[in-house]
Write a protein that binds this ligand. Structure first.
Ligand code: FES
Ligand code: FES
Length: 238
């Protein structure tokens, strides 16, 4: 806003006398007009946003038609199960809700806790992160299949002797994971704790056990006893 000769005169008078003078009527009107214009400009984007069409919400998205259930044959703990399930059913839900094998636990249902660990062809996987239909024709072992008909497995016995559990919720996953952990070590697989990954790890140290079992969370904090149990089972099977 440029100064008029009138405004300049008023400023000079204020400076000389130290007394502010009342602004003249035309300059007050100009000031009010400018302020109103600035306020209108500031509000414009908001007004535009109010008039813009609403973004689509999840409720507007059409629901896809249901996928029909289909027959799936799973080999679990050496036994054939003929299930009738939708293709989107996870292996975890198939085990618990369709095959009735509730030993495998659902913790997070998103691959973070390891409670659902089972063995597929001897390798440990999170059953919540895989679909049951992907495992037709493969050998699936759950905690119910670790023991023989007459005795617990070496790992199960070590867990009992070391008191490696409190509430027991994580234990089925820990047992499956620990069983595969020993198999992986025997096959020469390195871990992030292995000093030289090009060479076979020299020994299954506690640091190796902790690293290899790090995908299995225990909310009760029974880690010290779990590590001791895995160490005992390793020594017993060496
Ligand atoms: S339930 Fe599968 S990782 Fe937690
Ligand atoms: S024993 Fe309770 S969560 Fe591991």
């Amino acid at each position: 806003m440029s100064l008029t000769p009138h405004d300049a005169r008023r400023d000079a008078q204020t400076e000389a006398t130290g007394e502010p003078t009342a602004p003249s009527e035309p300059s007050r009107r100009r000031f009010l007009q400018s302020a109103a214009a600035a306020a209108a400009l500031g509000a414009a984007p908001h007004l535009r946003a109010q008039n813009a069409p609403e973004p689509a919400t999840a409720a507007d998205t059409p629901t896809p038609p249901p996928v029909p259930a289909q027959p799936v044959r799973l080999n679990i703990n050496g036994r054939e199960y003929a299930l009738h399930i939708e293709p989107r059913v996870t292996l975890l839900d198939a085990l618990r809700d369709y095959a009735g094998l509730t030993g495998t636990k659902k913790g997070c249902d998103r691959g973070q806790c390891g409670a659902c660990t089972v063995l597929v062809e001897g390798r440990r996987i999170n059953a919540c992160l895989t679909l049951a239909v992907m495992h037709e024709g493969q050998r699936i072992t759950t905690v119910e299949g670790l023991a023989s008909a007459s005795a617990p497995s070496t790992m199960q016995r070590a867990f009992i002797e070391r008191d490696a559990l409190q509430c027991g919720f994580c234990t089925p996953g820990q047992l499956c994971s620990a069983t595969a952990c020993l198999t992986e070590f025997a096959a020469g697989a390195a871990s992030a704790a292995t000093a030289d990954v090009r060479a076979r790890p020299p020994e299954l140290s506690d640091a190796e056990i902790r690293e290899r079992m790090s995908g299995n969370i225990c909310r009760c904090g029974a880690y010290a006893n779990i590590v001791a149990a895995v160490r005992d089972a390793h020594s017993a099977s060496a």
